[in-house]
Design a protein around this ligand. Structure first.
Ligand SMILES: Nc1ncnc2c1ncn2[C@@H]1O[C@H](COP(=O)(O)OP(=O)(O)OP(=O)(O)O)[C@@H](O)[C@H]1O
Length: 498
């Protein structure tokens, strides 16, 4: 675990370079001198030349790996800007060490507004220790004996967003079709505004985003807002179609076209005619199928396998991908001509960890609306520590993982309030197996290497199924297995499937 000190550089720190004999070392030097940190992350809003001088001086006091973050504040008391800078710095720092960090925020350097923001963050979004220091009393752990609900934070951020205002200028104020995409973060607001602009025009849309970010939900909202809303929305998971069936699934077939073609059958293109065809995981389509699909899109007609007569089709394509198609093109796994045909309106859904304020809103929404057990309409509440634990999780499986974690946590909660321990248990059940635990077992009596391997296999199989919403093709890919059939064999072998 990396012990990281995060601090603003304050006036007293900078003065210490020349005046340490009278004012002491300043709060940062005092802290790194008396507590052993692996790294210091320092934020500054002073001229770089002064900061460089300070760092040279600081390294003479104690050498410690240091990362600098420059802030541009319109005023040192602007809460919104201080908050955004602090969150961005913390997130970058957590990302860099893969969330394996024990954070300490220093309250003393900087303005009271900066200290207030550290307290808010340590009591809500991030689990961090707070310290303060002074020449007279040395370095102390700051004891702040209360919890704050993270609900209060986003109000600090209510700033106008020019880009959003431009985007929404011509749009009607309400968009009921988009109402079930729960969000309030500025980046999601901009995304939804762009989606609302693209929706009524029949242009192809490419939605990019990690697994579980809500790509299908967005695609459905776009369809419902489009002039095609009364026609069908057909969702196809391109990764789940066995290669040999791609043609007949997309284009349909005539009775007798191949063994097993016992009757005429329409393909996805014909089924979606007049409406929207949602091609999920488009990056998974084999190259041969890409050529054929491109041809259908160009010629606007489709011929069933075994038939000679083409049928005209009029569909809107909304495609989705969780990989970068440009990388796929560079590696010759995806055709550039198909990409340019699909990527007319490109919408990038940010991962949940980058959506400021959305997690809390989603928690409330899911607790209020989860209908996975319609007969048990007991809506649980959640304690503020449990909520904060959820807020500080990185959510690699995004909204889907948050939803499943809440479901698990509420199953194990006996009372009507989900507590921090329930959340820990729900998170832990799919969290990574601690490396030390697996590798450091005693190999004396009772040790069984097969058992240990099974344990690791079961853990990762369950986790991949969880993070992909039980989509076997995707889970196989995540685990480096060749296809869904191989994954099924593993699931059976390790007792996760009958
Ligand atoms: N902003 C949101 N508000 C409410 N529910 C959401 C939101 N985003 C996602 N969900 C829910 O999370 C789950 C996953 O969403 P969805 O299937 O749309 O994600 P996806 O990006 O298409 O996933 P995949 O890449 O695995 O196909 C669904 O149950 C969806 O309803």
């Amino acid at each position: 675990m990396n012990k990281i000190l995060i601090s603003w550089i304050g006036r007293t720190d900078l003065r210490a370079v020349e005046e340490s004999a009278t004012i002491g070392l300043g709060p940062i030097a005092q802290a790194i001198g008396s507590i052993s940190f692996d790294q210091a992350v320092l934020i500054f809003d002073y001229p770089k030349i002064e900061i460089d001088k300070y760092l040279r001086w600081l390294s003479g006091i104690k050498k410690i790996p240091t990362t600098l973050h420059q802030a541009t504040l319109t005023s040192p008391t602007n809460f919104g800007e201080i908050y955004e800078t602090a969150v961005k710095t913390i997130m970058e720092c957590l990302d860099a060490c893969n969330y394996n960090a024990e954070l300490t925020f220093h309250l003393s350097p900087g303005t009271p507004a900066m200290a207030a923001v550290w307290i808010l963050l340590a009591k809500t979004q991030f689990s961090a220790q707070l310290i303060e220091s002074s020449k007279e009393h040395g370095v102390k752990i700051a004891n702040v004996p209360f919890d704050i609900s993270a609900e209060f934070i986003p109000s600090l951020l209510t700033r106008s967003d020019e880009r959003l205002e431009q985007l929404t200028a011509g749009l009607p104020p309400n968009a009921p079709e988009f109402d079930n995409i729960i969000h309030r973060s500025p980046n999601m607001q901009r995304l939804i505004a762009k989606a609302r602009l693209a929706a009524p025009r029949s242009v192809p849309v490419l939605i990019e985003g990690e697994s579980g970010t809500g790509k299908e939900l967005l695609a459905r909202a776009i369809h419902k807002t489009s002039p095609r809303h009364s026609k069908r929305f057909v969702a196809v998971n391109c990764g789940a179609i066995p290669q040999e069936l791609v043609e007949s699934e997309f284009f349909g077939h005539k009775k007798g076209a191949f063994t097993g073609a016992v009757s005429d059958r329409r393909g996805y293109f014909e089924t979606a005619n007049g409406g929207t065809l949602f091609l999920d995981e488009i990056g998974e389509l084999p190259l041969a199928a890409q050529v054929k699909i491109l041809r259908v899109l160009q010629e606007k007609e489709v011929t069933r396998v075994g038939d000679t007569k083409p049928t005209s089709i009029d569909i809107r394509i909304v495609a989705a991908t969780n990989r970068s198609l440009l990388t796929e093109i560079a590696e010759q796994r995806f055709r550039a001509d198909l990409f340019y045909r699909l990527a007319v309106a490109v919408l990038h859904i940010p991962p949940l960890r980058e959506r400021q304020g959305d997690i809390s809103l989603l928690i409330d929404y899911f607790l209020e609306n989860d209908d996975s057990e319609p007969n048990k309409k007991v809506h649980k509440k959640i304690s503020s520590t449990a909520r904060n634990l959820l807020l500080s999780h990185p959510w690699p499986g995004n909204v889907r993982e948050l939803l499943n974690t809440l479901r698990r946590a509420s199953v194990w909660t006996a009372g009507d309030t989900i507590q921090a321990d329930d959340v820990r248990e729900a998170l832990f059940s799919v969290d990574s197996v601690p490396k030390e635990y697996v590798l450091n077992r005693s190999i004396s009596e009772g040790f069984n290497i097969q058992e240990v391997i099974s344990e690791v296999a079961r853990h990762y199989l369950a986790r991949a199924m969880e993070e992909t919403g039980e989509n076997k093709s995707k889970a196989a890919k995540k685990l480096g297995l060749s296809n869904y059939q191989t994954l099924t064999n593993w699931l059976v072998k390790y007792g996760l499937e009958q």
